[in-house]
Design a protein around this ligand. Structure first.
Ligand code: SAM
Ligand code: SAM
Lengths: 123, 123
């Protein structure tokens, strides 16, 4: 049977909020060894995504507000989608991670190119 | 036949040098839409690697020198290695990209989790 997104979903979910300072977002990435943070509102609804690439962009262009560097038009994944569909979505959009959301647009997790690459390594 | 690293290797090779400023490194990542830069000496020999995660680390810890944030003990790939071996190396070391080096320790390219994830998407 095909591997689904929900089979890959990790335990931890680290989030950012629109008023977070960029150095706070950077600290969350460093403390959790991750590169992708969904940006959510107070009800855990998806507002955007910020990655370590966006932090590099903030440094390169001397930007200070998270809302200036985060991406608001987010490419997402759903738990029941097969992994090969997500691998093509990653390739087509030249991204490396997708927030997993439910029917109410609430964030459930994150799936990354690293998670999918792991499948190529076999058991 | 098994897919090899050389079958995945991209055309462009963007490099960093140990005296580059962190904001210069960030600019190279942004201009080329990439997250990983091998750090090389004047003879193109590998000295380290710097990623957008390291730029986030520089922001989080207020570091200003590339040599303070780059990783010097680099996990590498070689052109003749099969891709499933690299996928396991990525997983084991919790990294997302490996410089491709030749017998003289010169950098030939970069292979990332995104490149390997693309294979899961099929043709
Ligand atoms: C185009 S990628 C280029 C570098 C590399 N491919 C990567 O994903 O980090 C960097 C940009 O993609 C955006 N991005 C990353 N994941 C995304 C997603 N799931 N939906 C929309 N944009 C995303 C980031 O916010 C960032 O501005
Ligand atoms: C441990 S990873 C954690 C985040 C995520 N897995 C990633 O790869 O970006 C981040 C650190 O790994 C280091 N790193 C990335 N690629 C590497 C490689 N091929 N060899 C050694 N260290 C590497 C970076 O320099 C950075 O300090």
């Amino acid at each position: 049977p095909r591997t689904l997104v929900k089979d890959l979903k990790g335990e931890t979910l680290i989030l950012a909020h629109p008023n977070d300072a960029i150095n706070e977002v950077a600290k969350k990435m460093v403390q959790n060894n991750i590169n992708h943070l969904p940006v959510v509102d107070d009800n855990n609804k998806l507002l955007g995504i910020v990655t370590s690439w966006d932090v590099a962009n903030a440094v390169a262009r001397d930007k200070n507000n998270l809302t200036d560097v985060m991406t608001k038009k987010v490419i997402i994944a759903r738990e029941e989608e097969p992994v090969d569909v997500i691998a093509r979505r990653i390739d087509k959009n030249k991204i490396s991670g997708l927030p997993i959301i439910d029917k109410k647009n609430q964030v459930k997790g994150m799936v990354t190119a690293e998670d999918i690459s792991r499948l190529m390594g076999g058991d």
